[in-house]
Design a protein around this ligand. Structure first.
Ligand SMILES: [Zn+2]
Ligand SMILES: [Zn+2]
Length: 284
């Protein structure tokens, strides 16, 4: 199993992406949560175009990928989990949970540091939120988060199989929790108790700054509750809330490949100010 996962990582990743995209897109048609602000044809070409661009860039810049770093850590005995005789399953489980915590903390930093927010606001500038938003990130953000992931893997000694599982999982859950889908009332709160649901992450895409600066988690909903960044529902309600960033409302800029790549270099939207008034990190 482990050997298969590692040997076929790129193919598995592509197959998982295509399968989750198709499944969530179908779910969006069958049970949509909100009316679309823009038709799919206005947003999807650029959102999917950036995925192709990012995939090619990551292959070119980091041919060994995150799993290569995990093999290096393993063979050199680097990192916390390699210092102790931890059973393989426990090391893998701990690695996956700790990587999820690291991604949560990185996401908070991408909102808090002005230069990083410039990169990350491209994700938030999508005028609508659906399955494709989950894969829409600026290439420089992708490259930086790859370097952060390398450092975390080396410092913790995350096993290679855990890295592959985590990356497949993160990809799938990111598309799931951005999807414009309705999950029936008794199921949604039960699911949210453990995982970040579409309704939970949609709050993070609100134009209201206090809501943008909440719900940073991608997989486990635990981190937002633990660190006081949890916001249960958008003030305006899921149907009426406005998605995006107040200063970026033009589809020609927010939903074209060239416009999206240029978003970090435009004016507007100061980043989150931690600890100052209503724009502060907003525990509710
Ligand atoms: Zn964000
Ligand atoms: Zn998002």
């Amino acid at each position: 199993m482990e050997g298969f996962l590692l040997a076929h990582e790129p193919a598995l990743r592509l197959a998982a992406f295509a399968a989750v995209l198709a499944a969530m897109a179908l779910w969006e048609i069958l049970a949509p949560r909100r009316a679309r602000a823009l038709p799919r044809r206005r947003r999807w070409p650029a959102n999917l175009g950036i995925v192709v661009l990012n995939t090619l860039m990551v292959r070119a810049l980091f041919p060994a990928a995150a799993v290569g770093m995990a093999f290096s850590a393993q063979s050199h005995g680097w990192g916390l989990l390699n210092q102790y005789a931890v059973p393989a399953w426990a090391a893998a489980a701990a690695g996956i949970v700790l990587l999820d915590l690291a991604i949560y903390l990185q996401h908070v930093m991408f909102h808090a540091v002005p230069a990083l927010w410039r990169l990350h606001r491209m994700h938030h500038a999508d005028l609508d939120i659906d399955v494709t938003t989950g894969a829409r990130f600026h290439p420089v953000e992708i490259a930086l988060s790859m370097l952060v992931k390398f450092a975390v893997i080396a410092a913790l000694g995350v096993p290679p199989v855990a890295v592959v599982v985590f990356e497949l999982l993160l990809n799938a859950t990111s598309m799931f929790n951005h999807a414009n889908v309705r999950i029936p009332a008794p199921l949604e709160p039960a699911l949210r108790w453990l995982l970040v649901t579409p309704d939970m992450h949609r709050v993070h895409h609100s134009v209201e700054r206090a809501e943008t600066n909440s719900n940073f988690g991608f997989n486990l909903s635990l981190w937002d509750r633990l660190f006081g960044t949890y916001c249960a529902q958008p003030r305006a309600g899921h149907e009426a809330m406005t998605i995006g960033i107040a200063d970026f409302r033009d589809a020609a800029e927010c939903s074209t490949l060239a416009g999206m790549l240029a978003i970090p270099f435009r004016g507007g939207t100061p980043p989150l100010q931690i600890g100052h008034g209503k724009d502060a990190l907003h525990p509710r």
